[in-house]
Structure formats: structure tokens, C-alpha cells
Design a protein. Structure first.
Length: 704
């Protein structure tokens, strides 16, 4: 905050510190003469010019020094008194109902208030006038000096301007105190909401951010709904619609986001943030060229409205017009202390590398007691590749060898079979080149995150790859090893790290970080399978999992972006490569075949998974049989699935049914939640198949 004489450089005074200390003194004593005396005595503490002993470079007050020149004590005294007057006159005083109580200037022939003994007209009247301080701009400083009771009273009695409250709350947010931000702002939106202009929209934004930090999602949604239901057309209601648009966008509801955007535009067509929201939705949809065009439109419109290029929102739209994804990436990374920037730079450098040469081999038979050293070497290399120190690996090998010796000659019937099928000698596995295997051993000593368990997308451990020092370790290692871009194992770990990224879900994370990692993995896999003439790589073999997981994640990315063609592509690709379908792609594929009326294909898919306990497959097969007029077989299927999925028919048949309690982390096989999800997804297909639900009702009665 710098205050200047009009048309001249800033005074050689630390104005921000002076004003902050002045506010504290005024609020504490509320005595104008005491304040003037204090500032006259203290002004030298804030003076930043050369030492006064260098001498005087002016003779009269009209020649007041500017820039880095010395100021004599008399002139510094005059500056102090006049500054004191300007500051005092701008402060809302608690004792005056939070209104300023300005001191008048002396009349022309009265003694000057600076104490020089001269008449005012012969002294400080000749000083250039100083810019008046706005009480609104001082409120954040004032608020910090008030005790809690008086501060609460000031808010309750509407003495504090809305914009000042938002600034104060924003400061609390920046210092990690969202609860204080909520305490300050929530009273603005209680009862009948009267504040509806731009400053209230700013306050709403800060309050919603505070609710997000505190995970008060219900409170946030209730607040937005209250504004939409009770407030008339205004910037505030536009802000509520805009916030709802971003929420819907985050939930993958792009159509709902566009609907909210249009409402916001009608409520406040001049809102600067509308342009940002529009290009964000377009970028999320992958409409990059359209986003650039609309950003350029908003830039021209803002400039015509008199908005300066220095205004942050306009400046950002200028960047979006040049490259939307990069612009959003820059902002996103700034929000998380540049996490991911080193990875982005490494990916840009490494993407020029040619594809490595992997091979595919038959899975060796499961090791039996007494087998030779070659089998132990396979296990040894596997453990080393997972980052274990060499001495620990040798201890583990020795322990396993001892256990195998103990088992030698034992009766196999003493040991139960595993639930999962064992790899067979006919299964294929990806063979990593030796130089890449050695590189992976180094990598696992640096990278802290374990592999996800089974088909999970995230690991169970709490290691944070984006901790500042942790990220520096592995990111610098990558910078020294561009050839790590050739490793399916390392690429898999980088994708796992990105799932844990603070901004994960943002479109730019997918485009600039996740997509290059996953597409590289897919390219390596496609090249290897084509050159080796192999069509299947089962998930059950662990060395295949990094590559297969990349396909799963590519399908997930397509689903988030609403690209149904790519979702289908990756579902089919995974079903082809891994016919055991450990990730459940058959469920999505079955629903898609039923929706498209491909009943024969649906039956073929169902036959690949007999006795499947997923309603998508089991009831998809029943509906396909019914549509093909194979009702006798359909009835038999109903009888077989009711043993495990007896709740599904009730949820399908009922016109209205209470939504059960759902667990976002899991689904109970045969439970109400599983039946509800199937109803939500596929009931329309049953309704649109003439007579299907009535037939299902009768078929269920036969077996009940």
C-alpha cells in the first residue's frame, strides 16, 4: 500500500508498516492529539531516505524531496503531521459507531497544525495534498486490532463492509483458519439475504472455499440452494450458479454444468468470471480450439468494457487464448506449490525417445519343492526390482528355500487350494529388458509408494509422493534417467503417483501428466504384442499388471471425460487381452450391448462368465433371452440367479422404492445397494422392452 504526492514518486517512507502501526495506535487510544504526537516522534523509524546528515536539498516546502534524497527534520515533521491527519480521518472509530471522526484543517490565518508557529497559509497549506485513505480498505487492519466481542458486534450491526469481510476471511483462509472465515462470513447469508451485489458474490466464493476445506459439503449445497431459491436476479445468484456449475463439472455432469452456466449468464451477463467458467468447461470436454476462440472473445469484450490487461482474470484469459491446457496447468500447479512441474518438464523431454524392445515369454511352471537355482534367480530378480536391499533379498531367499525343503515329500492334500487360479505354463508374461530391470531396482529405492493391491487403483500405504522433499528425490532421479520412460514398471508408478496428486481430476492433469504416461505404456504394450504375435496377457501374472493397469486407467480417463467411444474401446481391449476380466469390464460392456439391442452378442459375453454374480451380466443375459423370445431359457436363468441376486427383481419391478444406504467404498454382493445401482443403470431398458417387467414379476413368483 503506497501513498504518493500526485504526479510524483513515492515518499521515502515505509507506508505499509506506518499505516499498520498507526491503525493499532488509533484503535487502542482513540485520541487524535496523542496519535499526532506519536507519529511525529516515530516518523524517523519509517523513513527510508539517505541519512539526514547529508544535508538539505530544498529550501521551501514546495521543493519537497522526491525519491532517494535526504529529508531534513523539519520537513519530516511536516510530513508526519499531515500523514497523521490523513490516516486519522479515514479510520472508523469503535466509539463513534465505527464511523470516522475527521479533524478539520486549520483556517488560512490560524496557526499551522504542525507546530511550526507559522500561519497555516504560510506553512503546510503549500504542501501537495495527500491521497485520502478509504475506510473500506483499512477494515482488515482495523478488524485485527478489535477484541472478539467488539469485532462480533461490528459484524452483527453491519458496520463492516461486505468486501472487507471477504478480504478478512480470505486472509484467514490463507493462514489455514477456515473455521474463522466461516464465522465471519456465514452471518451474511442467514435469514433474508439482502446483500446481492459483486461484493456479496466475492464473499460467497470465499465461504464456499472454506466449506470445502472443512468438508462441509451439505452446508455448502444448502447455502447455494437457498440463494438460488430466494434471491432475485443479481451478481450473487449468478455466483451461486457458477459455483454449482463447477460442482457439476467435477462430478462429470457436463450437461448440468452448461445448464448452470446459462443461468449464471442470464443473472449477470457482465460477470468477469463467466469467461473463465466457459473456457474451463470447454477444456474439460476436450474442445481446445473452441476454448481458445471463446477466450479470445471474452478478452475483446473485457477490453471494450475498459478492463485493464493487468486485471488477473483478463490476463489469464489472454493465456487461455494462446494455450488453454497450459494456462490451467500453470494456475493448478501454483495452487499446490508447483507439485508436478518437474515431472511435466521430464515428460516433455523424454517423449522423444523411441519405443523400447520388450519380449513375451511363457510363464514357467509353478516352483515345486527341490527345484533348482534358476527358479530362485527369478524370485531374486523380482524382489530386487521391488526395491528391496540385496542383503534383505538374500535373507528372504534363504528363508523360502528352507520352507521348500520342509515341504519336500509332504502330502498335497494337506494344503488347501487358493481361491484364485494359478498361472499355467501356457500363460504369457512380459519380459523386461535387462538394462531396464536394473534401472527399476534403482527407482524403487527412491520412489516411496507401493503398488496398488490387486485391482485397486490406489495403494493402501500412506506414503505421499508429493511431499516437497520426497518429490524432489524421485523427480531429480527421473531427470538424471530419461530412459526411465522406457519402463512399464516406472510408468505404472508415475500413474499411481498422479492418482494421488492434489489436483487429480483436473483436465490439465490428464492431458499434460497422466495421458503421456499411460499412452507411452500402451504404445510399448501394443508394439510388443504385435511383434511377438501374442493376443493374451493374463492379469494373474504380476509382471503383466503395470501394462494392463495403464489400459484400465485410460478407460477411466475416457469415462471421466465422457468419451463413450473410448470407454467402449478400452473395455473391449481389456476383455480381449485379459479374458478373465479381473476389472469387471464385462459389466459395462454388457449394459452397452443391451442398450444397443445387440442381444446375441450379449449372450456370447454372458456365456464367457457362467454363474457370474454381477446383476449386469446375469440379468443382462435374462433380458437378452427374453428379447430373443427364448423365454423358457430365460425362466431357467431367473431360477438360478435368484439364489444370489433375489433383491434385483424387486428393485426393477417397483415403480417407486426407497434408496438404500450406500457405501461409496464397496458394494455388497446380493445386497440392496447392488440391486439399487442396477435399477439406476438399466431399469429404462427393461421398461422399454414391452412386457419385460411383467414377465419378470411372474417368473419370480414361480420360484418364490
Amino acid at each position: 500500500m503506497t501513498y504518493t504526492f500526485p504526479g510524483s514518486k513515492a515518499l521515502p517512507i515505509k507506508m505499509e508498516a506506518l499505516i499498520e502501526d498507526s491503525v493499532a495506535h488509533i484503535i487502542k487510544y482513540e485520541d487524535p492529539q496523542r496519535f499526532i504526537s506519536w507519529l511525529r516522534d516515530s516518523i524517523y523509524n519509517y523513513y527510508t531516505g539517505p541519512d539526514k546528515r547529508q544535508g538539505t536539498m530544498f529550501d521551501t516546502i514546495e521543493n519537497l524531496p522526491l525519491g532517494d534524497v535526504a529529508v531534513d527534520p523539519d520537513s519530516l515533521n511536516k510530513i508526519a503531521v499531515n500523514l497523521a491527519l490523513v490516516i486519522w480521518n479515514g479510520i472508523p472509530l469503535p466509539s463513534n459507531h465505527f464511523r470516522p471522526q475527521p479533524m478539520p484543517l486549520p483556517r488560512r490565518n490560524e496557526p499551522c497544525h504542525c507546530g511550526s508557529g507559522k500561519k497555516y497559509k504560510q506553512c503546510c497549506a503549500a504542501m501537495p495534498s495527500m491521497q485520502a485513505l478509504s475506510p473500506d480498505s483499512l477494515w482488515p487492519l482495523i478488524f485485527s486490532q478489535l477484541d472478539k466481542t467488539i469485532a462480533a458486534q461490528a459484524i452483527r450491526e453491519n458496520h463492516v463492509p461486505t468486501e472487507a469481510l471477504a478480504v478478512i476471511a480470505s486472509d484467514y483462509m490463507n493462514s489455514g483458519q477456515p473455521k474463522k472465515a466461516v464465522t465471519i462470513l456465514s452471518p451474511l447469508f442467514e435469514g433474508k439475504i439482502r446483500k446481492t451485489k459483486d461484493d456479496a458474490e466475492f464473499a460467497l466464493t470465499i465461504l464456499c472455499n472454506a466449506y470445502d476445506d472443512l468438508v462441509y459439503q451439505k452446508k455448502k449445497m444448502d447455502l447455494l440452494q437457498t440463494i438460488l431459491d430466494t434471491v432475485s436476479k443479481s451478481p450473487l445468484r449468478s455466483g451461486a450458479w457458477q459455483r454449482l456449475a463447477t460442482i457439476r463439472m467435477d462430478d462429470g455432469d457436463v450437461a448440468g454444468a452448461w445448464q448452470a452456466f446459462k443461468h449464471a449468464q442470464r443473472d449477470d451477463p457482465q460477470s468477469l468470471s463467466l469467461g473463465l467458467l466457459e473456457v474451463q468447461i470447454l477444456t474439460t470436454q476436450g474442445h481446445i480450439e473452441k476454448a481458445k476462440q471463446r477466450a479470445d472473445f471474452w478478452v475483446r469484450q473485457m477490453r471494450r468494457s475498459g478492463v485493464s490487461d493487468d486485471e488477473p482474470q483478463l490476463n489469464f484469459l489472454i493465456e487461455v487464448a494462446a494455450n488453454p491446457v497450459e494456462a490451467f496447468a500453470e494456475v493448478g500447479m501454483e495452487m499446490v506449490d508447483d507439485a508436478g512441474l518437474l515431472l511435466k518438464q521430464w515428460l516433455e523431454m523424454a517423449q522423444k525417445r523411441p519405443l523400447p524392445h520388450y519380449t513375451i515369454n511363457n510363464q514357467p511352471g509353478m516352483m515345486s519343492p527341490g527345484e533348482g537355482e534358476d527358479d530362485m534367480d527369478v524370485i531374486r530378480q523380482s524382489l530386487l526390482s521391488q526395491g528391496l536391499e540385496k542383503e534383505n533379498v538374500e535373507m528372504a531367499i534363504k528363508s523360502m528355500q528352507g520352507q521348500l525343503d520342509d515341504l519336500s515329500g509332504s502330502d498335497e492334500s494337506e494344503f488347501p487350494f487358493d481361491d484364485e487360479p494359478e498361472p499355467s505354463s501356457n500363460d504369457f508374461y512380459l519380459q523386461t529388458p535387462a538394462d531396464i530391470e536394473a534401472l527399476e531396482q534403482e527407482w524403487h529405492r527412491v520412489f516411496p509408494v507401493k503398488k496398488p493391491f490387486s485391482t485397486q487403483d490406489m495403494p493402501f500405504d500412506d506414503a505421499d509422493p508429493w511431499d516437497v522433499y520426497t518429490e524432489l528425490d524421485w523427480a531429480n532421479w527421473l531427470n538424471d534417467h530419461p530412459q526411465a520412460f522406457d519402463s512399464l514398471d516406472i510408468l505404472d508408478d508415475l500413474a499411481t503417483a498422479l492418482v494421488l496428486y492434489p489436483q487429480f481430476g483436473a483436465d490439465w492433469v490428464f492431458e499434460l501428466l497422466m495421458a503421456p504416461v499411460l499412452q507411452r505404456s500402451e504404445s510399448i504394450l501394443d508394439k510388443t504384442m504385435a511383434s511377438e504375435g501374442v493376443a493374451e496377457l493374463p492379469w494373474i501374472i504380476e509382471t503383466n499388471r503395470p501394462a494392463l493397469r495403464s489400459l484400465v486407467r485410460l478407460g477411466n480417463m475416457a469415462m471421466v471425460k465422457g468419451d463413450s467411444d473410448k470407454v467402449i474401446h478400452y473395455a473391449n481391449k481389456l476383455l480381449s487381452i485379459n479374458p478373465n476380466d479381473n476389472h469387471g469390464n464385462r459389466m459395462f460392456r454388457m449394459n452397452q450391448l443391451i442398450s444397443e439391442g445387440c442381444n446375441e452378442e450379449a449372450l456370447k459375453l454372458a456365456d464367457q462368465f457362467p454363474e457370474d454374480l454381477n446383476p449386469e451380466v446375469a440379468f443382462g443375459k435374462i433380458l437378452a433371452l427374453y428379447r430373443l423370445d427364448r423365454k423358457k431359457e430365460a425362466v431357467q436363468e431367473v431360477g438360478e440367479v435368484l439364489e444370489f441376486l433375489d433383491k434385483v427383481p424387486r428393485y426393477l419391478i417397483a415403480k417407486r422404492i426407497k434408496k438404500p444406504k450406500l457405501n461409496e467404498q464397496s458394494v455388497m454382493v446380493g445386497g440392496d445397494d447392488q440391486a439399487w445401482y442396477y435399477r439406476e443403470e438399466m431399469r429404462d431398458e427393461w421398461l422399454n422392452t414391452p412386457g419385460a417387467l411383467e414377465w419378470l414379476k411372474n417368473a419370480e413368483k414361480v420360484f418364490s
